[in-house]
Write a protein that binds this ligand. Structure first.
Ligand code: AMO
Length: 442
């Protein structure tokens, strides 16, 4: 394979012969001169072909003019030509005068989507939608963000896990559970790596992380729910409370945002008109009960008293935090045990509250974290309290019967982080291939 010159690197080359590959963005087939805008994953460049004329000034049908006339948008081509710097050229101040074109694949001329097509239509034709530089940037940002998190984890001696996604039991609640036929029995798709990341603590791994798929049979069509999503999980041992998990969580966010700003800050500003702000630590922390009170004083009452913060409540508390602390992140802490899973540790002396938190970013929940209950007798009591059957989770309880350290961790939806970071209105925009109740294709 010959080394390919990325279009973004052409500007740094001197005038002279070049070979470039990409897909056709536009063709302007004029009488005396032809222009093609060629794109690759890094940028776009203008190609120019002055047409040949005979002695009488009549245009001659020669190459590459004939091939250019037959080019459709989206065709993949490799060209050779003469690179020339010319500041009059609007597109990057360079131009390539064509010598030859090799067409690798002709595209059907009628493109099924346009930039103003509906999100649903764009998702039907996701591979074409992803040719848009804005979409391409989203996945570069995702790569940089994940890389920064991994670097943090690896530098701090975390072990990476790949936990199974086929399970014999539910991993969060029995609601939102996908059941699959598994030979002569049933299996369930993992809703989160929860139990197995806790198992790693009993295995003495100390600090772990996983970035992997999670499945929820959630029939809702909100902008922030998918039936399959990428979950970023981390779990650590020897913690004193959920405060230690929040410290880890904010360090990771700082690492991720610092890397994204450094590498893509200018492009994000140019394409999304968003200024990436690296958050300062500590992030504000507000107990949920207090947050509800603050929101109430602002004139919004969260529906039921013992319920979770609803989306409007999240937006309201985020607005308060932004005004008061100038911060885009806030930890809401100490959720009621009635709305938290059985494995969350409850307050010493007040079992109605848990050592837990949600992380809100730009007004939407991106993460849930907690200290876990590691004492098996208390864990069994908490299961009973929730009316759960013990039998199905005996394998999980065993993790705590043979010794376990204090521990805690969090799970965070990758797409939610990207959506809110880039001020997008739906996780569909930032998910490579979205899965929802009515979407299994492409
Ligand atoms: P929870 O169920 O709150 O907690 O999920 C954690 C985070 O995962 C993301 N998320 C989703 N993203 C897209 N579509 C969905 N349907 C969806 N459901 C959840 C959210 C959410 O904040 N085991 C615990 C975490 C822990 O305590 O470690 C858990 O799964 O961003």
């Amino acid at each position: 394979m010959t080394e390919r010159v990325l279009i973004k690197n052409l500007a740094a080359l001197e005038d002279g012969p070049v070979t470039v590959s990409g897909w056709v963005d536009t063709v302007r087939d004029q009488k005396k001169v032809q222009f093609v805008v060629l794109r690759d994953e890094s940028g776009a460049v203008q190609l120019v072909n002055p047409r040949t004329t005979d002695a009488d000034g009549v245009v001659v049908a020669d190459e590459p003019a004939t091939t250019i006339s037959g080019l459709s948008q989206g065709s993949f081509i490799t060209i050779t030509g003469e690179l020339k710097h010319d500041e009059r050229v609007k597109l990057g101040g360079i131009e390539v005068k064509l010598a030859s074109i090799e067409v690798l694949s002709h595209a059907i001329p009628e493109t099924p989507i346009a930039p103003d097509s509906s999100l649903d239509k764009r998702m039907d034709w996701r591979f074409l939608d992803l040719r848009n530089p804005k979409q391409n940037l989203i996945f570069r940002i995702q790569t940089t963000f994940e890389h920064a998190l991994r670097t943090y984890w690896i530098d701090n001696d975390f072990i990476e896990l790949h936990t199974p996604k086929l399970m014999a039991s539910a991993s969060e609640s029995r609601a939102e559970l996908f059941e699959v036929e598994y030979f002569d029995t049933k299996a369930y798709l993992a809703q989160s790596p929860q139990f197995f990341k806790q198992m790693a603590q009993s295995a003495g791994f100390g600090k772990i992380f996983e970035v992997g798929p999670a499945f929820r049979a959630d029939p809702s069509f909100t902008s922030r729910h998918a039936t399959e999503f990428t979950s970023i999980d981390s779990e650590i041992s020897w913690i004193d409370s959920h405060e230690d998990v929040m410290k880890l969580h904010e360090d990771l966010m700082v690492a991720g945002f610092t890397a994204v700003k450094a590498k893509h800050g200018d492009e994000i500003k140019a394409l999304f008109d968003v200024e990436i702000a690296v958050p300062t630590t500590p992030f504000p922390r507000i107990p949920l009960a207090e947050a509800k009170q603050i929101v109430k004083e602002r004139g919004y009452e969260v529906p039921r008293d013992d319920d979770d913060m609803d989306p409007e409540g999240e937006r309201q508390i985020a607005a308060y935090v932004k005004e008061t602390y100038g911060h885009e992140f806030v930890f809401l802490t100490d959720y009621a045990s009635s709305i938290r899973p059985f494995y969350h540790m409850r307050h010493e002396g007040d079992s109605s509250l848990t050592n837990s938190y949600d992380l809100i970013f730009n007004g939407t929940e991106i993460s849930t974290g907690a200290q876990r209950e590691h004492r098996v007798d208390v864990l069994i009591e908490q299961m009973k309290d929730k009316g759960m059957e013990q039998e199905e989770l005996e394998f999980y309880l065993d993790f705590f019967r043979y010794g376990a350290p204090s521990h805690g961790g969090f799970g965070m939806g990758l797409a939610r982080v990207l959506m809110l970071m880039l001020h997008q209105t739906s996780i569909r925009e930032v998910t490579y291939l979205f899965r929802g109740p009515t979407r299994l294709l492409p």
